[in-house]
Write a protein that binds this ligand. Structure first.
Ligand SMILES: Cc1cc2nc3c(=O)[nH]c(=O)nc-3n(C[C@H](O)[C@H](O)[C@H](O)COP(=O)(O)OP(=O)(O)OC[C@H]3O[C@@H](n4cnc5c(N)ncnc54)[C@H](O)[C@@H]3O)c2cc1C
Length: 326
């Protein structure tokens, strides 16, 4: 996939390129890719990105290591489904010494981390869903900084967040292109796709959605109930298939065992010319890319790179695909 055209966003007189914000949370390289048309078919008007305070109104544990934070902003929020916010870890006083130590070790300032919005603009709260990263002795070079704090956050506190930006949004002319949207997601990659699906169903825009959602086990599924209910209420607009890779979900409706492969994609894309795909999940991180380069190797493809190759194999053009990864 080619990198998409990156939007220039205005921020208090300063111009930033979204692409320059690095992945892994840095002020937000969205890791969004797509063909020129798939990514940003038309240059959008400049969007003002700013800081604002939100109250954590509710916290819902989605899985054992992943929580959804319902954020109350106290004012109307101007964002598009699929956008992300960033959260600067320096705002948390109790992290001060830990951050200083990490910055010494890494030789650089810790950057804000990006979090996709799982909410759609019509919903009462902004929602973010954060999965705790882990520290694996001998495997991960540093402990994770922000995700453990957010994944086990309590309601009642407040946060400063910055938004909104990102290119993982509906092309403006989506209805002229197709009425079939395929969502190909893994793990926390479901987050922006929840917003996209909720937004479309709320608007009644005539799009029909199929969600192929890959997880290791049934207990790893984020938003399970949300999607069950949505599918029951709108069977003509949403179909969900859970692809479970490390358990046998035999007998459970809408579940199958195994990874998303070319045969499954073919079955859900009978006409490759009449489909648009949003695919989100783990991708090659800048750290992994750099480490592979130092070893003189190519980085191993992750979920989104594998899906990009499979979607091309089944006949989709780059213009028909948007991807986001972290
Ligand atoms: C557009 C976008 C949307 C995102 N949306 C979500 C979302 O909805 N939900 C979600 O849970 N996450 C999301 N993320 C990921 C999120 O931004 C964070 O990367 C994630 O929460 C981990 O942050 P952390 O501070 O806990 O870990 P970090 O401190 O960033 O560490 C993560 C890993 O990177 C390694 N690492 C850190 N620094 C270095 C270094 N200098 N060199 C080598 N290795 C290093 C660490 O050892 C660790 O293994 C998104 C990312 C992007 C770009």
């Amino acid at each position: 996939m080619e990198a998409c055209d990156t939007p220039v966003i205005r921020e208090e007189g300063e111009h930033l390129r979204a692409k320059a914000m690095t992945q892994n949370g840095a002020a937000g390289d969205s890791g969004t890719t797509g063909g020129k048309d798939g990514g940003r078919e038309k240059r959008e008007p400049k969007r003002r990105v700013r800081d604002f305070e939100v109250a954590v109104a509710e916290v819902r544990m989605e899985t054992k290591d992943c929580a959804t934070l319902f954020l109350a902003a106290g004012e109307p929020m101007d964002y598009e489904a699929g956008h992300f916010i960033t959260i600067d870890p320096h705002q948390f006083k109790f992290l001060e010494h830990f951050i200083a130590h990490l910055e010494d070790q890494k030789g650089q300032r810790e950057k804000p981390r990006a979090y996709s919005l799982g909410s759609a603009p019509h919903e009462e709260h902004l929602i973010v869903t954060v999965k705790e990263e882990t520290y694996e002795s001998g495997q991960t070079p540093y402990p994770p900084l922000l995700s453990p704090l957010l994944a086990y956050h309590d309601a009642g506190s407040s946060l400063t967040v910055r938004g909104f930006t990102g290119a993982y949004t509906y092309p403006k002319d989506i209805r002229e292109r197709t009425d079939n949207i395929l969502h190909v997601c893994a793990g926390s990659g479901i987050v922006p796709n929840r917003g996209l699906i909720m937004n479309s169903i709320h608007r009644g825009d005539g799009l029909r959605h199929v969600l192929l959602f890959s997880n290791k086990t049934r207990d790893d599924i984020i938003y399970f109930r949300d999607f069950q209910e949505l599918q029951e209420r709108h069977p003509d607009k949403l179909e969900v298939l859970h692809c479970i890779t490390r358990e046998d979900p035999a007998g459970i409706p809408n579940f199958r065992r195994g990874r998303i492969d070319a045969d499954l994609l073919r079955a859900y894309i009978p006409d490759p010319g009449n489909c648009f795909v949003f695919s989100c999940g783990p991708g090659i991180t800048p750290h992994a890319r750099r480490a592979a380069k130092e070893r003189g190797e190519r980085p191993a493809p992750q979920f989104v790179e594998t899906m990009a190759a499979l979607l091309t194999e089944v006949g989709l053009d780059k213009k028909q695909i948007k991807q986001e990864s972290w």
